[in-house]
Design a protein around this ligand. Structure first.
Ligand code: NDP
Length: 290
C-alpha cells in the first residue's frame, strides 16, 4: 500500500484541484462528494471513489475537507460521528474563527484532531508553491502532515489556536473583496465615460500596487495609536471622497460604495478627527454597538 495517501471530501473547484495534484504527485487518493458525478474525472485519473462517507473515512488517517462552510462538515460527518476517532481532519473550508473553534472541539470530543486551513489561492493556484495556505491547530499534528499539505500550496503555520488560521484568512478576504469591489465600481464609472477595462488596466494596477507603500508608512503609527495630520488630513480625504461620490452620480452609476466611505469619513470628522490623518478612522471602526 502506498504510504502517501489521503482522503478528500468535497469536490467543488477547490477539492477537485487538490485531489488532482495529489494524484499527479503519486498519492493514493480516496474521494467522496455529495453529488457523486463530480468524482468521475478524478476516478479516470486514478482516484478511488468511496461510496459512503464511512468508506472515505476508513481509507485514510488524513482527511481533507473542502466544503462551502463548517455547517456542511456537520451535515457530512454528523451521521458517522462514532467513526471519527483517530482521524486527522484538515478543514480548508471558509467560515468564522468562532465556528472553527467550535468544530475543533466537536471533533476532539469524538477523538479526532483538527487542523484549520485558509487557502489564499484560487483553484488555478493549487499545486503551486508560490500560493500559500494559513494553518493553525496542534503543532505536532500539523508537522506530521506538513509534507502532504505542501502538495496543495506552501504552508504558513500561525499557531495552536484553531481559529487563528481562519482569522488570518478572513482579514485577507476583508481586504480582497472591498478592494475588488472598489475596482469594479471605478470601472463602472470609467465604462460610463467610454473607458474600457483594457484602457483602465495599467492605471488601476498602478494605484493598487502603490498601496503597500502607504501601509508600510502608516504601520508603526497605527501600532502606536498615533494619527498625526502631518502628511494627510481627514478633512482633505473627506473632500476627496465627496468628489468621487459626485463623479459617480454624474456618471449615473450607483453611489452606495463611495457613499458608505464618505459616511465613515463624516463620522471621523464628527468625532473631532478633521485635522488628524485618515488613519484615525480606525478609531471609528473600533466604536461598535454590534
Ligand atoms: P463549492 O461551494 O463549489 O464546493 C463546495 C463543496 O461543498 C461541494 O463539494 C459541495 O457538494 C459541498 N456541499 C455544499 N453543501 C453541502 C451539503 N449540504 N452537503 C454535502 N455537501 C455539500 O466551493 P469551492 O470548491 O469553490 O470552495 C471550497 C471552499 O474553499 C469554500 O469554503 C471556499 O470559500 C474556499 N475557497 C475557495 C476559493 C475559490 O477560489 N473557489 C479560494 C479560497 C478558498 P456538491 O458538489 O454536492 O454541491
Amino acid at each position: 500500500r502506498n504510504h502517501k495517501s489521503v482522503t478528500v471530501i468535497g469536490l467543488g473547484p477547490m477539492g477537485q484541484a487538490m485531489a488532482s495534484v495529489f494524484l499527479e504527485r503519486g498519492y493514493a487518493v480516496t474521494v467522496w462528494n455529495r453529488t457523486s458525478s463530480k468524482t468521475e474525472e478524478l476516478v479516470a485519473k486514478g482516484a478511488v471513489k468511496a461510496s459512503t462517507v464511512n468508506d472515505a473515512l476508513a481509507a485514510n488517517e488524513l482527511v481533507i475537507l473542502s466544503l462551502t462552510d463548517y455547517n456542511v462538515m456537520y451535515a457530512i460527518l454528523g451521521p458517522d460521528s462514532e467513526n471519527l476517532s483517530g482521524k486527522v481532519f484538515v478543514n480548508l473550508s471558509s467560515d468564522t474563527p468562532a465556528k472553527v473553534r467550535e468544530a475543533a472541539k466537536w471533533l476532539a470530543d469524538r477523538g479526532a484532531r483538527h487542523v484549520t486551513g485558509g487557502v489564499q489561492a484560487p483553484p488555478s493556484g493549487i499545486g503551486k508553491s508560490e500560493s500559500f495556505t494559513f494553518y493553525s491547530g496542534p503543532r505536532e499534528v500539523f508537522d506530521a502532515h506538513r509534507e502532504t499539505l505542501e502538495v496543495i500550496t506552501s504552508t504558513d503555520y500561525r499557531g495552536e489556536d484553531p481559529g487563528l488560521a481562519m482569522l488570518y484568512y478572513q482579514i485577507q478576504m476583508d481586504i480582497f473583496w472591498t478592494s475588488m469591489l472598489s475596482y469594479l465600481h471605478a470601472l463602472a464609472v470609467a465604462n460610463a465615460n467610454g473607458i474600457t477595462a483594457e484602457q483602465f488596466l495599467p492605471y488601476a494596477s498602478s494605484t493598487l500596487s502603490s498601496l503597500p507603500t502607504f501601509i508600510e508608512f502608516y504601520t508603526s503609527r497605527l501600532d502606536e495609536g498615533k494619527h498625526p495630520g502631518d502628511v494627510d488630513r481627514l478633512a482633505m480625504g473627506f473632500a476627496s471622497v465627496e468628489h468621487v461620490v459626485h463623479t459617480t452620480e454624474d456618471a449615473r452609476i450607483d453611489n452606495a460604495l463611495p457613499a458608505v466611505v464618505l459616511e465613515i469619513f463624516k463620522r471621523g470628522m464628527e468625532n473631532g478627527h478633521a485635522s488628524d490623518s485618515f488613519t484615525s478612522l480606525i478609531e471609528i471602526f473600533k466604536i461598535s454597538d454590534v
